[in-house]
Design a protein around this ligand. Sequence first.
Ligand code: AP5
Length: 183
Amino acid sequence: MKTRLLFLGPPGAGKGTQAARLCETNGMKHLSTGDLLRAEVAAGTALGQEAETVMNRGELVSDTLVLAIVENQMKSFSGGGWLLDGFPRTVPQAEALEPLLKDLNQPIQAVVLLELDDAVLIQRLLARGRADDNENVIRNRLEVYREKTAPLINFYRKKGLLLSVAADGSVEEITERISSTLI
Ligand code: AP5
C-alpha cells in the first residue's frame, strides 16, 4: 500500500477523520497543519496568537508561518510512512514542499482528493461547532479553498498522483474506499 500521502479536499470533507484512521491502521505519521496551529493557539504562543484571528476568519495563515511548522515536523519523518493533512494548501506551499521531500528522499506516492457537495460539508461543520465552524466563516473557508487550494488538484493531476474519492457515506465506507485506491 502507498504510505507517503497527501490529503486534499474542502473543509469538512473528512480529511482529519480519515487521516487519523488510516495512520492508526498503517503506522503512518499524521501531520495536520490545522491541528498543529490549534495546538499553538491553545498554548498561547506568539505564533498561535498570530494564527488565531486569521483562522477564526476562515482565511489562510501565511505560507511562511506554515512552512516553518511543517519543516520542523518533517525532520521526524522516518521510513514508516506519513500523511500530510491540510498541507499544502497553496501552490507556493506545494512548490516549497518539493525540495524538502527531495532532501529526505521520500517522494509523495499519492494525493487523495476527498470530494463532497457543499450542502453536506456545511451540515457536517455546523454540527461540529469548532471556533471556525459558523455559517459565514464556513462559506469563506469554502471560497478560500476554491481560490487558493483547488488549483492543487491540477498541479498533482499533471504529476499523475491524483486519486479522487467520493467522501459521502459512513466513515467506515469512506475508509474502505480510500484504502482500496491506495493498493
Ligand atoms: P484545518 O484544520 O485543516 O481545517 P479544514 O481544511 O477547514 O478542514 P476541517 O478540519 O474543517 O475538515 P476535514 O476535512 O478535516 O474534516 P473532519 O474530518 O474534521 O484548517 C483550519 C484552519 O487552519 C484553516 O482555515 C487555516 O486558517 C489554517 N490552516 C491549516 N492548514 C493551513 C495551511 N497549510 N496553510 C495556511 N493555513 C492553514 O470532519 C468534519 C466533521 O464532519 C467532523 O465533525 C467529523 O466528525 C464529521 N465527519 C467526518 N466524516 C464524516 C462522515 N462520513 N459522516 C458524517 N460526519 C462525518
